[in-house]
Design a protein. Structure first.
Length: 166
């Protein structure tokens, strides 16, 4: 499955649009090579079935939304696309995340119990940072990147949550 990702800054300005088989691995490459990496505070990811479709959508998105750091595909005079955007489908395939999640927030997002999230953490299936807690039990924080990595690696995730092959 192909991904189209968007990087935004703290003010919601679109910084960059790109495509990849793994948006997480591509982000790591941006961290090493892109001078604007530290401006990123939000990422959205859309999934597409074919390379041809995601390449077309990337070109149209760059032309329409004019990201700050994209150079490729930019045009001065834009023509409106003949294709209508299916907003319902777009809503289903776009993933937004916040920088950090508590286990309760992750459970709500994944539609599982908090105990299940804690089990994923204990089994090293879901990365999390152990934080000092006032009580004897540990408190965990899960980064948005850890959560996306977990979701991308779940078998049959799309079938379970109704997003596969739509």
């Amino acid at each position: 499955m192909q991904c189209l990702y968007r990087h935004f800054d703290k003010d919601g300005q679109l910084l960059y649009v790109g495509i990849s088989l793994s948006a997480i691995q591509r982000l790591a490459q941006h961290r090493e090579a892109s001078s604007w990496f530290n401006e990123i505070t939000k990422v959205t990811i859309e999934h597409y079935e074919t390379r041809e479709e995601v390449v077309r959508v990337e070109r149209e998105t760059i032309q329409r939304e004019n990201p700050k750091y994209n150079i490729k595909h930019r045009r001065v005079n834009l023509k409106p696309s003949n294709q209508q955007i299916d907003e319902a489908r777009l809503t289903r395939v776009v993933t937004e995340y916040q920088p950090m999640y508590t286990p309760d927030e992750a459970a709500n997002l994944l539609k599982v119990s908090v105990e299940t999230v804690r089990l994923y953490i204990r089994l090293d299936k879901l990365g999390a940072k152990s934080m000092p807690a006032r009580k004897a039990s540990k408190r965990y924080l899960i980064s948005g990147w850890q959560l996306i990595d977990f979701i991308e690696n779940l078998p049959n995730y799309g079938d379970r949550y109704g997003t596969a092959n739509e």
